[in-house]
Ligand binder design. Structure first.
Ligand SMILES: [Zn+2]
Ligand SMILES: [Zn+2]
Length: 383
């Protein structure tokens, strides 16, 4: 690399911010990223990338060499009404880039521009993945089906990170984000008059017991040195104060860092709901599903990221594990790589809200650092 990626990225800092603001003003939900992907595609074509479409996703390639490095950005927004009072506030009611995927798309566009300008110096093939539907849609799987990681030797992705000080690159070896599971249960009794419980089978105490019993899985059955979560996020039953309902519905999520623990949680959630229902003479219908694996960074690749970031003069810090999930995990199941955090928290600017909050924002002044790191990873990767 005969150029300084930080200097190059700094030159287009305002352009990156302008892209981010444009995406921010017109957020699109998962698999609806028509406008965003059209803008991305137009730029990439202009800069000489070969393009393949995967619905609203884009797979773009440039350069030649034995090794192929993939860089990924996600493009989708969330169904949240923005509460920030900023000139670039979302123009779409009820939709908002509250996770920072607008920034990811803008940073990778910046990297695409710089990589294209210096493509004659590339010794790798560079594949850019602009992915749809990260938020609960598993858009990564659609990209993989479309061949996004065929022939790829390493993959990297950056997520802006509200927990980290602005400009700090956070990297971990091994587990970073959790695997995600979901359960939906129906505890079925026999409805009747609230004054005659002996003539009914009341599913409400059964559901209440089940909710409490589920808490004991993590408290009493999981190794205290491991991390896991079981959350009941929805409980619904009954229609009137004097009626024993026919059934109660429960819905929740479980989180884990190993496949074994995911399977164990899934099994125990079923057993506990079924067993508790039975103890109350009720029946239970349960559906469980593992939606995605944990995001586990390859040790060698995480070290490579840390070294590359340091060589650019960036601040590198540790980032805490989180029980949040990320569909980047699907790529990492198949290809070594690393998921990287870029700190965007800035108390002076009032940028302190967590991801998915209606006042979430990013410190735009550091986005070019993410761009610089992506460029350096593409050029420096040796396999
Ligand atoms: Zn998110
Ligand atoms: Zn996200």
């Amino acid at each position: 690399m005969n150029f300084n990626p930080v200097k190059e990225a700094e030159k287009i800092k305002d352009e990156i911010i302008a892209w981010r603001r444009d995406f921010h003003m017109y957020p699109e939900l998962g698999f609806e990223e028509e406008r965003t992907s059209k803008i991305v595609e137009e730029h990439l074509r202009e800069w000489g990338y070969k393009i393949k479409r995967a619905g609203t996703g884009i797979i773009a390639e440039i350069g030649s060499g034995d090794k192929t490095v993939a860089l990924r950005a996600d493009m989708d927004a969330l169904p949240i009404q923005e509460e920030n009072d900023v000139p670039y506030k979302s123009r779409v009611p009820g939709k908002m880039h509250a996770c920072g995927h607008d920034a990811h798309t803008a940073m990778l566009l910046g990297a695409a521009k710089i990589i294209a300008e210096h493509s004659d110096e590339l010794s790798n093939r560079v594949r850019l993945l602009f992915q749809p539907a990260e938020e609960g849609g598993n858009g990564a799987l659609k990209m993989i089906e479309a061949g996004a990681i065929e022939g790829v030797d390493a993959i990297f992705g950056i997520h802006v990170w509200a927990e980290l000080e602005s400009g700090v690159i956070g990297i971990r070896e091994g587990p970073f984000l959790a695997g995600v599971g979901k359960f939906v249960a129906k505890i079925i009794g026999k409805g009747g008059h609230g004054a005659a419980p002996h003539l009914s089978i009341d599913p409400i105490p059964a559901a209440a017991d089940a909710v409490l019993a589920l808490q004991r899985i993590v408290a009493r059955e999981v190794d205290p040195l491991d991390s896991a979560v079981v959350t009941v996020g929805r409980i619904q039953g009954g229609t009137a104060f004097n009626v024993i309902p026919q059934y109660v519905e429960l819905e929740g999520t479980f989180r884990f860092f190993t496949q074994e623990l995911g399977k164990f949680l899934e099994k125990r959630i079923r057993e506990i709901i079924e067993g508790t229902a039975k103890a109350h003479n009720c029946e239970a219908e349960i559906k469980t599903e593992i939606l995605g694996p944990p995001t586990i960074n390859d040790e060698k690749m995480a070290k490579f990221v840390a070294e590359t970031a340091k060589s650019l003069g960036l601040k590198v810090g540790e980032v805490r594990k989180t029980l949040g999930g990320e569909d980047f995990a699907f790529y990492l199941e198949k290809v070594p790589g690393a998921f990287i955090a870029l700190g965007i928290r800035n108390e002076k600017k009032g940028i302190v809200y967590p991801h998915h909050h209606p006042k979430f924002d990013v410190d735009e002044d550091v986005l070019y650092l993410g761009t610089a790191l992506e460029v350096a990873l593409a050029f420096n990767f040796k396999g």
